[in-house]
Design a protein around this ligand. Structure first.
Ligand SMILES: N[C@@H](CCC(=O)N[C@@H](CS)C(=O)NCC(=O)O)C(=O)O
Length: 216
């Protein structure tokens, strides 16, 4: 009897927003992968061997193809199965533009706000206001429809959500009482979703010595 194909391997870190978006897509597409939880301060040599960049997430496919960009992992998953049409090909450039804004300028502003003590050139509120430019744009979109692109979730919602979550939790009281009421509603929807809860289960750190095999 031929040996069954081993599962793809996902190196991940529970609280990393990039790893979260990859896990969200994989779960949504109902794909099975072996999950290897990584200690970012002590990364497994097997992961670094596969991807010298040494960032999470990293997905190793059965044919040894290595995907070490979260967006590539999302696209790979949705190409296998996209039952609710998250790819929305007719909105493709709009989706890509939003994700690019998130991953570039907003991510920088978010890091400045989150780690404001490392950037004493400006007070924390300055960095928050910089980040709010992007929040305003999202809020405007969410006054028009339930999700960022239209009235159903797309890749854009899922790719951005872990970063907006991170922003909100820098000062959750401020966020909850801010003017971003639609964004708050949208964030709550994702935080309470079965999909998100299912990808946030805790796993002990993986190592080849421990042989602790877990699945997403
Ligand atoms: N562009 C990459 C970024 C991934 C990334 O920066 N991940 C962070 C954790 S959230 C990381 O692994 N940083 C390396 C480290 O902490 O050593 C992607 O989209 O996958």
């Amino acid at each position: 009897m031929p040996m069954p194909n081993p599962l793809p391997i996902l190196y991940s870190f529970r609280r990393c927003p990039y790893a979260m978006r990859a896990r969200l897509a994989i779960r949504y597409s109902n794909l099975q992968v072996e999950l290897r939880e990584v200690d970012l301060k002590n990364k497994p040599p097997e992961m670094i061997l596969a991807s010298a960049k040494a960032t999470v997430p990293v997905l190793i496919l059965n044919d040894q193809t290595v995907l070490d960009e979260s967006l590539d992992i999302m696209y790979w998953s949705l190409q296998q199965s996209d039952t609710k049409n998250w790819l929305q090909k007719n909105h493709q450039s709009e989706i890509e533009q939003l994700i690019q804004q998130n991953d570039q300028s907003f991510k920088t502003d978010l890091d400045h706000y989150k780690y404001a003590d490392r950037f004493p050139q400006q007070p924390p509120v300055y960095y928050r206001q910089q980040a709010e430019q992007f929040l305003k744009l999202l809020e405007q979109r969410l006054t028009k429809h339930t999700f960022l692109i239209h009235d159903a979730a797309t890749l854009a919602d899922v790719a951005l959500f872990p970063f907006i979550r991170q922003f909100a939790y820098v000062d959750i009281k401020w966020f909850e009482t801010s003017v971003y009421t639609n964004l708050h509603r949208w964030l709550t929807y994702w935080l309470e979703s079965d999909l998100f809860l299912s990808i946030m289960r805790k796993h002990s750190n993986w190592s080849s010595e421990k042989q602790n095999i877990t699945y997403l």
